[in-house]
Design a protein around this ligand. Structure first.
Ligand code: PEP
Length: 253
């Protein structure tokens, strides 16, 4: 049975104290997580150690980094290696968020290198993909997302690809309050799964967790997560409000 995940992306928000309070509030609420359900918090780098301590011993709750570098170590001032993250006990890394692609010019090829180094260190990449509004308006979203997967992931073998989590995040829905309809989300998730099936076979494609991201809230999570190929969400704005994120966790199917 594939994993269902409610993942929070705090982006560059909250002070240490606010982050600690938010985690306390969310963790204090009892969650009835099934065996295949997980909660992941992608917090800013300076808060990783605090967050890791908070969730220590909590079943199926994990901390993620929001990025990593593509090199093992060395003279790369200001960057963070996967080895450093691993030494903190971090197990997930968000890669290729559209904000990193846009503001930091991260290419599909560069992301392929980051995916490789994460897998070398047994970290799970949450690989983000998704099209901008002009691509959607030209009805070219399927080819666009397929290219992102091909160029960053399709070099992986059948064993490695199953260790990657996908987050489909249409850029026009991120932080805009404009959510993809559940039909639009399902259509793209089915397309992504079909692309994996064509490359790796149906059984492997069926095992891959595909999250939806883009203005997920407590009020729409159930409908979105209820779609057969939507295995949870990557959540920005609503993950900063304890009550909202708790509702999103409860919407996992
Ligand atoms: C995100 O940051 O990945 C995201 C989907 O943001 P929001 O939920 O605010 O649209």
């Amino acid at each position: 049975m594939r994993k269902q995940i409610a993942a929070a992306n705090w982006k560059m928000n909250l002070t240490l104290q606010q982050g600690e309070q938010l985690l306390n509030d969310i963790i204090a609420t009892p969650h009835e997580l099934k065996e295949n359900q997980q909660v992941v918090f992608a917090v800013p780098f300076p808060y990783l150690a605090m967050a890791q301590q908070k969730v220590a011993g909590k079943k199926n709750v994990f901390i993620a980094a929001q990025n990593c570098y593509n090199k093992k170590s060395g003279a790369y001032t200001g960057e963070t290696s996967v080895e450093m993250l691993q030494s903190l006990g971090i197990s997930y890394v968000v890669l290729g968020h559209s904000e990193r692609r846009e503001y930091f010019n991260e290419s599909n090829q560069f992301l392929a290198e980051k995916v490789n180094i994460c897998l070398d260190y047994k970290m799970t990449p949450i690989f983000c993909c998704g099209e901008a509004l002009n691509v959607r308006e030209a009805n070219e979203q399927n080819a666009f997302v397929a290219k992102q997967l091909e160029e960053s992931l399709f070099h992986l073998d059948a064993d490695a690809i199953q260790k990657v989590v996908i987050a489909y995040e249409p850029i026009w829905a991120i932080g805009t309050g404009k959510t993809a309809t559940s039909e639009q989300a399902q259509e793209m998730h089915a397309h992504i799964r079909a692309a994996f099936a064509a490359k790796y076979g149906a059984a492997i494609a069926d095992n891959i967790t595909i999250l939806y991201g883009g203005s997920v809230k407590g009020a729409n999570a159930k409908e979105l997560f209820g779609q057969p190929d939507v295995d949870g969400g990557l959540v920005g704005g609503a993950s900063l409000i304890a009550q909202e994120f708790v509702a999103i966790i409860s919407a996992l199917k």
